[in-house]
Design a protein around this ligand. Structure first.
Ligand code: GDP
Length: 208
């Protein structure tokens, strides 16, 4: 077995620490053999809450950011060679076209050119999935063979039956995209879906 194939010991997501922020991909450091998993979603989709829930920390990622504020790529380290990357939220109606275009450039450059990137967690509010930029990310990830795991967030906002219906509907929609996409419901409020998410991340990180 080569070192590449070896499954390393389990990760403790509680150990996650903030490392740095960057406005552009060129400002991100490159660490040999480091695996990165990115989290992306429309602003208000519940991305910061999901990162805080996953890592069992109250304020690792900041919640309720101000619309239009300069958005940064935030890097977190779970272990020395396993990183979580909080990508800038998108979809604010109020920001200018120029800022929107700049975000798109940053996102597309990171997704398409970052060698360390091994998976994308795409967060969508269970009540409002598949908006324009979500669909764009699904297309891009297919073009660069990047596996995607979708979190239908704020699942607690719907009753169980409606959650199931939304999940089934989303699975159907995802058939229009590439095949390396998985999906689950998630609730930071109820702390539901954490183990399922960890399983996917551990697999991408090649950890137990
Ligand atoms: P971000 O902009 O994607 O980082 O979203 P936030 O994590 O800041 O969440 C946006 C809003 O949705 C906040 O008011 C959160 O309290 C709320 N929220 C986030 N996750 C959940 C959830 O699982 N259930 C419910 N009911 N509300 C949530």
């Amino acid at each position: 077995m080569t070192t590449e194939d070896q499954v390393r010991p389990a990760l403790n997501y509680r150990n996650t620490k903030f490392i740095s922020s960057a406005a552009r991909m060129s400002q991100l450091d490159i660490v040999e053999n480091c695996i990165e998993i990115a989290f992306a979603g429309r602003s208000n989709a519940g991305k910061s809450s999901a990162l805080n829930t996953l890592t069992d920390q109250k304020s690792l990622a900041r919640t309720s950011k101000t619309p239009g504020r300069t958005q940064l790529i935030n890097l977190f380290e779970v272990d020395e060679d396993c990183r979580l990357v909080d990508l800038p939220g998108y979809g604010f109606a109020k920001v200018s076209e120029a800022i929107k275009a700049q975000w798109q450039d940053t996102l597309s450059e990171y997704l398409q050119k970052r060698d360390a990137l091994k998976g994308l967690v795409l967060l969508m509010d269970i009540r409002h999935p598949f908006k324009d930029t979500d669909e764009m990310l699904l297309r891009w990830s297919g073009e660069c063979n990047l596996p995607v795991h979708v979190l239908l967030t704020k699942a607690d906002k719907l009753k169980r039956g409606a959650q199931k219906t939304a999940l089934l509907g989303a699975k159907k929609t995802l058939k229009d995209y590439h095949s390396d996409i998985s999906i689950q419901t998630f609730s930071s409020l109820k702390k539901e879906g954490i183990d399922e998410l960890k399983k996917v991340l551990n697999n991408w990180f090649k950890r137990e």
